[in-house]
Design a binder for this molecule. Structure first.
Ligand code: SF4
Length: 358
């Protein structure tokens, strides 16, 4: 009667089911819909993977689930713990593909950074994940399984979710929509939408679509440049959706979400986008915009084509923004004593595998 990981393709992955999917499933099994609440609460809030062990649902439902649903937990194949408490995990999915997820400790929060794709097709030139291209999209169930793994290893302490790991979330629209529905369901994982943030490199049409679809999350935009000439070079999608188009989409988003604050991410690359002229142009671009700016000094990795700016340059850049009345925070990367850049742990494992040393 166990829900097994076998034949997962033929069965519906349990972790990808929304509450309404489970209500339908209860009806098909001939039991009361209220059992969907028990299932969602036990599996999504108490991380119970053994359906047989759930005492609040009838046996007929367990039998039906065993025949129609699969329960898959990714295998954690590598883990690193930094001195500051940042924990990085590599999770292997059923087909052997691996993604990274990171648990970042804050003063009174634990934020989990989720991957939405295996690799990424956007091709940002400063990003290690981009170097291998896109392998495939993750399913909603696989993204939920990342949260599961994070909650299990932290004893249920994850309080915030950011979709800022491997992949461009808006390139995987349907699965991400389903993932957001599952994790913010008040009867299930119950993350407040205010504690969930999706970051995009600037997929303008999909930004309007997520607005129309009322996605339950905050928006972050990875801007990283103040001129199209530079942004074209470091984020190729800018050639399709240049800065003016992107900023108009951000303004429309803020306005239509009732003046909701947006996060502007700015990865600082030495000698590329970190000048005081850049800072001044950024002030003009973000003038009157209801936003917080995260300044992220580049996380260098072996073979990177860019350097991290020095601390003085970062502080001077921040000062220009602050003097202009903007909220700008320097985010020192967490976990700098481990493979801190996105995709770095997986890349190092692959390299070791390729050279037969693992
Ligand atoms: S920075 Fe994000 S969007 Fe750009 S290539 Fe890397 S994973 Fe993709």
């Amino acid at each position: 009667m166990n829900i097994s990981a076998e034949n997962i393709c033929a069965k519906t992955p349990f972790l990808g089911m929304t509450h309404s999917d489970l209500v339908d499933l209860c009806q098909q099994a001939g039991v009361k819909p209220v059992h969907a609440d028990h299932l969602v609460a036990t599996v999504f809030r108490y991380y119970q993977s053994d359906i047989d062990a759930i005492s609040t649902i009838p046996n007929i439902l367990k039998t039906y689930l065993a025949a129609h649903a699969s329960m898959f937990e990714p295998e954690c194949t590598a883990a690193q713990l930094a001195a500051d408490g940042t924990r990085k995990l590599v999770l292997k999915m059923a087909d052997g593909k691996a993604v990274e997820t990171v648990l970042i400790k804050g003063a009174n929060r634990l934020t989990q950074c989720i991957s939405t794709q295996v690799g990424c097709a956007v091709g940002c030139t400063f990003c290690l994940t981009a170097t291998a291209g896109l392998s495939r999209n993750l399913t909603a169930a696989e993204m939920v399984s990342e949260v599961w793994a994070g909650q299990k290893i932290s004893g249920g302490q994850v309080s915030n979710i950011v979709l800022m790991g491997m992949g461009e979330p808006l390139h995987n629209y349907h699965a991400v929509a389903q993932f957001l529905e599952i994790i913010t369901d008040a009867k299930g994982m119950a993350f407040s939408p205010n504690r969930v943030t999706l970051s995009t490199s600037g997929m303008v049409p999909a930004m309007y679509r997520m607005l129309e679809d009322k996605w339950p999350c905050n928006l972050a935009v990875s801007l990283n440049a103040t001129t199209d000439a530079v942004r074209d070079q470091i984020i190729p999608i800018n050639r399709k959706y240049p800065i003016a188009t992107l900023m108009q989409a951000v303004r429309d988003y803020i306005q239509q979400r009732g003046n909701k604050r947006v996060l502007i991410e700015y990865v600082m690359l030495a000698g590329v986008n970190d000048s005081l002229d850049d800072a001044k142009r950024l002030c003009v671009l973000l003038d009157d915009l209801h936003c917080t700016i995260n300044l992220l000094p580049f996380n260098a990795y072996p073979g990177a084509a860019f350097d991290r700016p020095n601390d003085a340059a970062v502080s001077e850049f921040q000062a220009v923004l602050v003097e202009a009345g903007l909220i700008a925070i320097i985010r020192q990367s967490k976990g700098r004593d481990i493979s801190a850049a996105c995709g770095q742990l997986i890349t190092s494992i692959k390299k070791r595998n390729d050279s037969g040393r693992l």
